[in-house]
Design a protein around this ligand. Structure first.
Ligand code: FE2
Length: 161
């Protein structure tokens, strides 16, 4: 996350405020152990963006797809590799920076596999739900802010409309 903020050009002295304290060691991290039953032909997860900063996925079988230029494409499963996905909070924080990060639209297909069950380990790095996120440009000027709850509520509203 620090490297993303460095690339954004936002002055380092503002990273803590921008990220609602995350870059200073605050925020929320949680680990999910996911199980998809590949015998079910339905979508494993409908198209969505993650709300937090970064998601790190250790996938053991294909099924994850990301949207590129309007089309969903498979993310290859490579032994010994992790998949890193950027979310809406990181998009919000970097929106006015020199290098804005897009929240990646992705979905999970449920599909046939040699192994009928698919597992994944997912790590979510999220801002503190009680915190504030601030938008800065590369000059350090404030461009906007939102409570984390406000941002997540807006994303939820857009998702259901
Ligand atoms: Fe996701």
């Amino acid at each position: 996350m620090g490297e993303v903020l460095r690339q954004s050009g936002i002055p380092e002295s503002l990273w803590g405020r921008a990220s609602g304290g995350y870059s200073l060691g605050e925020g929320t991290a949680f680990l999910n152990f996911v199980h998809y039953d590949t015998r079910n032909p339905d979508l494993g997860l409908r198209p969505h963006t993650d709300y937090g900063f970064v998601t790190i996925l250790d996938a053991t079988a294909p099924g994850l797809q990301i949207k590129i230029a309007g089309d969903f494409v498979d993310v290859p499963v490579l032994p010994g590799h992790l998949i890193i996905n950027f979310g809406e909070a990181l998009h919000f924080v970097t929106a006015y920076s020199e290098r804005s990060v897009g929240a990646v639209v992705h979905r999970v297909l449920s599909q046939q596999s040699i192994d009928p069950l698919r597992h994944g380990i997912v790590y979510f790095a999220n801002p503190d739900l009680e915190g504030m996120l601030w938008q800065f440009d590369a000059k350090g000027e404030v461009k906007g802010n939102s409570s984390v709850q406000g941002l997540f509520a807006l994303l939820e509203k857009n998702l259901t409309e």
